[in-house]
Write a protein that binds this ligand. Structure first.
Ligand SMILES: Cc1cc2nc3c(=O)[nH]c(=O)nc-3n(C[C@H](O)[C@H](O)[C@H](O)COP(=O)(O)OP(=O)(O)OC[C@H]3O[C@@H](n4cnc5c(N)ncnc54)[C@H](O)[C@@H]3O)c2cc1C
Length: 399
């Protein structure tokens, strides 16, 4: 009988299982449940940062070089009416069709001998003193339940773990009409801030699996995903849709999808609780990068941590993980998410125009962006250097 139910087979759920197995959990102790049948659609730009690709390589080395529904880019481009600059990481970024990426990861879970139940919606979870009851069509008891059920997770809600900030995003597939896009770059456009929307718009190449000849060429100027992230969830969905279509037209794109679809994002906060006895959260159910909404890589990083902590609890025969959230905050991924949280609070907070100006003129930050040695979202280690150089620039009147 499985002792641990993992709810949600997105990157958080599958990577949790794969990391748990690596930590020594027996496959027969795990069951992975998802309400969807795979491959299932997931609204997502599908962009994986350089660190994200490394994280996938760690759990699924065979997947990175062979996945057919993907493309590679060389850099990110941040832009707004103040100017633009390239962000070069220590390696390239990968673009995936999420339906395919998630289905491939799920295959690996199945191949490892773990029971997978698709088409199984969890309606609620009740944490008791010595087991957790999971409601589907009937009920089933487990020693542990792992909530990897994403932005609208039922697990967190059922056990009273309140969410942090929830953003609102819309996205669709477009094709260039007057645009001459560079399929090797990911565009992050911060102009929405000028229109009172705390977020950015994106233009990402889209490696649609069924477009013949597109996969792996990396040069196909075919389809693109355009969308907008409202990082505070303050704008109405219809305003975000209108903004995105106008943005697309300005940039020379025509919508291919019949409509712009919307989905929320749940952001990491150092205050969010993610554990009660017998239940823990991972991935977006706990929270992702609040600055740009990078979700795939942080979900895998959180799951690596969560799987290790659960294994410790199983070995100790306990149902409470001491300092689950606090200890994560001290890990490198936890510190980086906290750093992103601080940046998001500034850029999407009370003085967005001021911090947008800082982002586009902070000399040291621009040097790091150009260096090609760093990774997006992993700059916490440079906090003091960045703060010092910011203060110096302020004092010398250059900001
Ligand atoms: C428009 C948009 C664009 C994005 N672009 C990017 C991007 O380019 N790069 C990036 O890194 N991130 C991006 N993200 C964020 C990223 O998609 C998520 O953060 C990531 O998928 C989180 O992984 P997860 O496994 O935690 O959750 P999910 O991928 O959401 O998986 C959760 C799973 O749980 C299942 N589930 C939910 N409820 C239940 C239930 N009650 N019972 C059973 N199963 C359930 C769902 O079916 C789903 O399969 C984007 C998000 C949006 C909305």
């Amino acid at each position: 009988m499985p002792r641990i139910a993992v709810v949600g087979a997105g990157p958080a759920g599958t990577s949790f299982v794969l990391h748990a197995l690596r930590a020594g959990v027996d496959p027969s102790d795990l069951v992975l449940l998802d309400r969807a049948r795979f491959p299932r659609p997931k609204l997502c730009g599908g962009a994986l940062t350089w660190r994200g690709t490394e994280l996938i390589r760690e759990i699924a080395p065979e997947l990175v070089p062979h996945e057919r529904a993907r493309m590679e880019t060389t850099h990110l481009r941040f832009r707004c009416d103040l100017g633009d600059f390239e962000v070069r990481e220590g390696g390239g970024q990968w673009l995936y069709d999420r339906a395919h990426l998630d289905a491939r990861l799920l295959e690996l879970v199945r191949d490892a001998g773990v029971e997978v139940r698709e088409g199984t919606a969890i309606k609620g979870v009740e944490a008791g003193t010595d087991s957790v009851q999971v409601r589907t069509r009937g009920t089933e008891r487990f020693d542990w339940v792992v909530g990897a059920d994403g932005a609208r997770g039922v697990v967190a809600r059922s056990v009273g773990l309140a969410p942090g900030i929830v953003g609102r995003l819309v996205e669709a597939v477009y094709e260039p009409t007057d645009a001459d896009p560079n399929p090797r770059e990911l565009i992050f456009d911060f102009d929405p801030i000028r229109d009172g929307i705390p977020g950015y718009a994106w233009i990402f190449p889209y490696p649609k699996p069924e477009v013949a000849g597109q996969a792996n060429t990396g040069t196909h100027a075919g389809l693109y995903k355009l969308g907008i992230m409202d990082g505070r969830g303050v704008a109405a969905g219809e305003d975000l849709r209108a903004w995105t279509d106008a943005f697309a037209e300005r940039n020379g794109y025509r919508r291919v999808d019949t409509k712009l679809a919307g989905w929320p994002e749940h952001y990491y906060s150092h205050r969010t609780r993610a554990h009660v006895p017998g239940v823990l959260l991972t991935g977006e159910a706990w929270g992702i990068d609040p600055l740009l909404g990078e979700g795939i890589a942080p979900s895998i990083e959180i799951s690596r941590y969560a799987a290790g902590r659960l294994k410790e609890a199983l070995d100790a025969g306990v149902r409470t993980i001491p300092r689950y959230e606090k200890t994560f905050r001290k890990t490198e991924p936890g510190q980086n998410l906290r750093f992103q949280e601080r940046l998001a609070d500034l850029l999407y907070g009370k003085s967005p125009d001021r911090w947008l100006k800082v982002l586009f003129s902070h000399r040291r930050m621009l040097e790091l962006a150009a260096a090609g040695t760093e990774a997006y979202g992993r700059l916490e280690k440079h906090t003091w250097m960045l703060t010092r150089s910011y203060a110096w620039q302020l004092l010398t009147g250059n900001l």
